[in-house]
Every structure is written in structure tokens, then in C-alpha cells.
Design a protein around this ligand. Structure first.
Ligand code: DGP
Length: 118
């Protein structure tokens, strides 16, 4: 069972923020910003590659509600989902990172030269 399924099963504790019948949000264990929250579906889906458009629509509504609850709508935030090896996805259970709480940097993503694909 993956680590996020264990969190859903309450085998591993988490610090939850909100949930409904389909999704859970909780604080990332290794925060990269003052607010760093993970949003996951309650059924196991490996990544964005496998999510249905209907589930993405429901997840969008869930995340928008979470943004309201956290009071970050006006100041802004970043949503990221990592996919597969090149996306540096460590946990193979679909999740969105919600980063906020201060102005975020546009990071150093790769040592490969981005101009090679122009
Ligand atoms: P990613 O690289 O996109 O797969 O990021 C996985 C994130 O999950 C990473 O930021 C750390 C977080 N994480 C891993 N294990 C746990 C855990 O047991 N609890 C919590 N709260 N977060 C975790």
C-alpha cells in the first residue's frame, strides 16, 4: 500500500486541513513554503496520467474551497503536480502541492539546457 493510502487508512498520522467524501488535504511533511499543503483523492490513482476529467473537475472545486479556507485567494499561490520520473514524482499517488504564504521563486528545475528544445 502506498504511503498516502496509509494516511487515508489512518495507519500513518497526518495534519489534515479539509476533507470530503472524495478528497483529503493535509500539510506536507517537508514544507517548501510557509503554506505547503497536499491534496489527494481518496481512491488510489497513480498520477495525473490516470485521472478522469470528472475527478479533476471535482478536485478543482475541492481545491478552490481549500484556497478560500486558507485565505490565500487574493495574495495567490502555486499548484503543482509532479508526474513520473522526469516530473520527480516520489509518491505514486496523485497529489497536488499547494504552495503559498510568501512570494515564491521561479525555481531551478533542471541542469539540462532549456534552450536545446527551442
Ligand atoms: P512528490 O515529489 O510530488 O511525489 O512529493 C511528495 C511529497 O509528499 C513531498 O513533498 C513530501 C510529502 N510526503 C511524503 N511522505 C509524507 C508523509 O508521510 N506525510 C506527509 N504529510 N507528507 C509526506
Amino acid at each position: 500500500m502506498c504511503i498516502f493510502c496509509k494516511i487515508l487508512n489512518k495507519e500513518i498520522p497526518s495534519n489534515p486541513i479539509s476533507e470530503d467524501d472524495k478528497f483529503l488535504s493535509f500539510h506536507d511533511i517537508n514544507p517548501k513554503a510557509p503554506i505547503h499543503v497536499l491534496i489527494i483523492p481518496k481512491i488510489h490513482i497513480d498520477s495525473f496520467n490516470d485521472v478522469s476529467p470528472q475527478m479533476m473537475a471535482d478536485m478543482t472545486a475541492f481545491i478552490q474551497k481549500l484556497v478560500e479556507k486558507l485565505g490565500i485567494k487574493e495574495d495567490g499561490y502555486r499548484l503543482i503536480t509532479n508526474i513520473g520520473e522526469h516530473g520527480a514524482q516520489e509518491v505514486k499517488h496523485l497529489h497536488f502541492h499547494l504552495l503559498a504564504g510568501s512570494r515564491l521563486k521561479w525555481g531551478h528545475f533542471t541542469d539540462a539546457d532549456p534552450k536545446n528544445n527551442l
